[in-house]
Ligand binder design. Structure first.
Ligand SMILES: O=C(O)CCC(=O)c1ccccc1C(=O)O
Ligand SMILES: [Mg+2]
Length: 374
């Protein structure tokens, strides 16, 4: 396969409602899309999950643009690629910048599956025909509103409720939610807001029977999480700390994590995500697919990945309507009774809506392979 053209778009979409984490609030989502075209004119799509500012990780929309344009695009235009697993290898001499790599690699996976005429899920080795979904709910200091929000999503059928917590918005909130929803699988995501000294607070969360607590300690830590876990009944799940198979291996060996949240962008693409998945299956560590408030394109990649067998816990892959008044794919991703039906069409299985795509595009760049002399 030859990649003959790469198109990069900077997108801006308004989310239906503001999303608040322990870092702050945002409602406007800026992100990059990558389209690759092969020598037959097939096109594949990928999404960068880097945000406008570096609050979740050090990557941003602008750093991703730089890395994609100046380093990754030349590599994919200059090398023949037989299988998308080779892309990870082709990028391996460039350090980190995982979200940028993942956006390009994801587009190549999509175009590869389309050439083969098979769904991306099948190209990845996934078998599930439908996947279980949970939902992630941002911080809302108005308890009545939060209860209503949770209740609405429980009614819609979401299989597990994740609530963001931060110091001062934790034990009381989970107690109240547990009282209101005694039987709903619930978990809390701290996005690194605590330190070991907060042990007393974290221990109090044990009484609510949470399925896990996500990334309680520092975003680059695996040592203190290993110290924390023996003091908690609630399993720790790492998100921010895991960027590769090697990170996963070390965290599991240390006992820092009992569950892993796999985000394709954070680990540098689908090939690395699959490796982490396979290793966790061997190690009996359950995984689930995290979310980065993606548009339909990134969401479709998440759905495909989740069809692998060790994705045994509901992911943060909620339906399009949870985030957007109008998504950029058709059909939109829909959730029924807490499940997404995996599309059977080739590639990511959803078509990009060209009109919506253009409407939300604020800038674009085209890179074309130089003609080779005969
Ligand atoms: O609904 C989603 O896409 C996931 C929401 C979420 O929890 C999240 C959103 C943005 C950045 C980080 C996280 C996280 O999982 O920590
Ligand atoms: Mg998280």
């Amino acid at each position: 396969m030859r990649i003959t053209e790469v198109n990069v778009r900077k997108m801006k979409m308004m989310m239906k409602s503001p999303f608040t984490t322990s870092f702050g609030t945002f409602q406007e989502k800026e992100f990059l899309l990558v389209e690759v075209k092969d020598e037959h004119g097939n096109s594949g799509w990928g999404e960068s999950v880097a945000f406008h500012s570096p609050w979740y990780s050090e990557e941003t929309v602008e750093t991703n643009l730089h890395i994609i344009r100046d380093f990754l695009v030349p590599i994919v235009l200059e090398n023949a690629i037989e299988h998308p697993d080779e892309v990870n290898e082709l990028f391996s001499h460039l350090r980190k910048n995982n979200m940028a790599k993942s956006a390009v690699e994801g587009a190549i996976w999509d175009v590869y599956a389309k050439r083969k005429g098979i769904p991306l899920a099948q190209a990845l080795g996934g078998t599930a025909e439908k996947i279980e979904v949970g939902i992630s709910i941002g911080i809302n200091e108005n308890m009545q509103e939060l209860i209503q929000t949770v209740g609405g999503f429980v009614k819609e059928g979401y299989k597990r409720i994740k609530v963001k917590i931060k110091p001062g918005f934790d034990v009381n909130v989970m107690r109240e939610l547990r009282q209101q929803f005694p039987d709903v699988p619930m978990m809390a995501d701290a996005n690194s807001a605590y330190r070991l000294e907060d042990l007393d607070v974290l221990k109090q969360l044990d009484q609510f029977g949470l399925t896990m607590i996500e990334q309680p300690l520092a975003s680059d830590d695996i040592i203190d999480h290993a110290k924390l876990q023996p003091h908690l009944k609630t399993p720790i799940c790492l998100d921010e700390s895991i960027h590769s198979l090697e990170d996963a291996r070390k965290a599991i060996e240390l006992g820092s994590t009992k569950i892993i949240n796999i985000k394709i962008g954070r680990v540098g693409g689908l090939t690395e995500a699959k490796k982490i998945h396979d290793y966790c299956l061997e190690q009996k560590i359950p995984v689930w697919c995290g979310g980065m408030l993606e548009s339909g394109i990134g969401r479709a990649h998440n759905v495909a990945l989740t069809t692998l067998p060790n994705f045994v816990l509901p992911g943060d892959t909620a339906g399009s309507s949870r985030y957007w008044d109008e998504d950029i794919i058709v059909p939109e991703v829909t959730v029924q009774d807490g499940y997404i039906t995996v599309p059977k069409e080739a590639g990511i299985g959803y078509a990009v809506n060209p009109e919506a795509l253009d409407r939300f595009t604020i800038d674009k760049w085209q890179f074309v392979k130089h003609q080779e002399l005969a």
